[in-house]
Write a protein that binds this ligand. Structure first.
Ligand code: GLA
Length: 381
């Protein structure tokens, strides 16, 4: 990568940083409902090489989007979102908010290269935000607090990019730890690491890419959030609740009459319980139970939250039908993208072959599989 940096910018890079993508093991669409989630950073991610250039311009280049060439950002002009800048809007958002918070930025050349599949829901956007923030501060000798870092990057995504995501993705890529998932309470941001060693003794996580690009994901995502807000409003006419996940099923049955809103609320409440039960199962080494909870999570996302779609359902059901698969579910926002499966280590090949065959028969799409290791959060190399 160093040679490529030189080809683009004509100088050597001073340092290299890495930020992972993430999968969410369980606890889907509840980060913005105050629930608990269980994501993990993965070893796929984005690298960035940086060299200060003693000017007032930051020059950005992505090896994954070579046609866009070098994008120049003048630090003395107001930084604004620009559709033409596509991927570069993420680093631009970071620069905008760092300056807003009073950090003095300096000119630099930055080269990005990632191995996260595009539009697959493995959080490439959180990865580039966290990577850029961490790198720009580290080069100035500042080691940012990782919880601050994730909140800061969520703000970039919400306010500069305009996607009302929760905190989970940024948190996972900032605070990831090798072989551990993160149990995060999204109401308080209290977190704990959950060792995956018992699960990973005889099993591997397989990321299954449906190759169906996420469509309408942002508008549907915002629609679900609004539906959850309506559910909470109905419940609060009688009960004092900090968030939707805190409600009880009986309260939903008592106070929510719209069938769609009711289903959304039931998903949030039951999914939060599943996270709790999954943590118990992990502690007790009950892998089979853990797998059943993954399956139940997908079922709820398919029927009550309605964010899966034909392709993800076909992929997950093909995986669940394999006897080597303990459990499978969609991961991330849904509406296309990736699913995960927990599969016996010595049956990986037959698993991927059988699932691919069945999935392609049904959808005419050729899925991709990544055998996933759980890695560290953002760091300098
Ligand atoms: C996206 C969002 C997250 C979370 C998931 C669904 O990845 O960025 O905040 O809401 O969807 O669990």
């Amino acid at each position: 990568m160093n040679d490529d940096f030189k080809k683009v910018f004509g100088s050597e890079a001073e340092s290299t940083f890495f930020s992972p993508g993430r999968v969410n093991l369980i606890g889907e669409h509840i980060d913005y409902n105050g629930g608990k989630v269980l994501p993990a950073a993965i070893t796929l991610g984005i690298y960035a090489l940086i060299n200060p250039n003693e000017s007032r311009t930051i020059r950005l280049y992505s090896a994954n989007k070579p046609n866009q060439g070098v994008i120049e950002i003048d630090l003395d002009e107001k930084i604004v979102f620009d559709v033409k800048h596509s991927w570069a809007n993420y680093p631009k958002g970071v620069m905008f908010f760092l300056q807003e918070e009073g950090y003095q930025l300096f000119g630099a050349d930055i080269y990005y290269q990632g191995n996260l599949p595009d539009g697959a829901g493995l959080s490439s956007s959180a990865a580039i935000e966290v990577l850029t923030t961490f790198m720009l501060l580290s080069v100035k000798g500042i080691e940012p607090d990782k919880v601050w870092l994730s909140k800061f990057c969520q703000k970039v995504e919400n306010k500069f990019i305009g996607v009302s995501c929760g905190i989970m993705d940024q948190f996972a890529v900032a605070l990831g730890k090798k072989q551990n998932a993160i149990l995060l309470d999204c109401q308080t941001l209290a977190y704990d690491y959950a060792k995956m060693d018992k699960v990973l003794l005889n099993h591997d996580w397989v990321i299954m890419n449906s190759m169906k690009k996420r469509e309408l994901a942002e508008s549907k995502y915002n629609e679900r959030r609004a539906e959850c807000d309506m559910a909470l409003e109905d419940l609060r006419t009688k009960y004092t609740l900090a968030n939707l996940c805190e409600a009880k099923v009986e309260q939903v049955n008592e106070l929510i009459f719209d069938s769609i809103i009711k289903k959304r609320a039931l998903h949030a409440i039951t999914e939060n319980k599943r996270v709790y039960n999954a943590m118990q199962a992990l502690k007790d080494g009950k892998i089979k139970l853990f797998g059943e909870l993954l399956n139940a999570s997908h079922y709820s996302l398919q029927n009550d939250y309605e964010v899966t779609g034909f392709e993800l359902d076909a992929l997950v059901s093909a995986a669940q039908n394999e006897s080597s698969c303990v459990g499978a579910r969609m991961t991330g926002a849904g509406f296309g993208g990736c699913a995960i499966a927990l599969v016996e280590k010595d049956k990986l090949q037959s698993f991927t072959e059988n699932v691919a065959k069945k999935y392609t028969q049904e959808t005419k799409l050729i899925p991709e599989f990544y055998i996933c290791s759980i890695g560290e959060g953002v760091h300098k190399l």
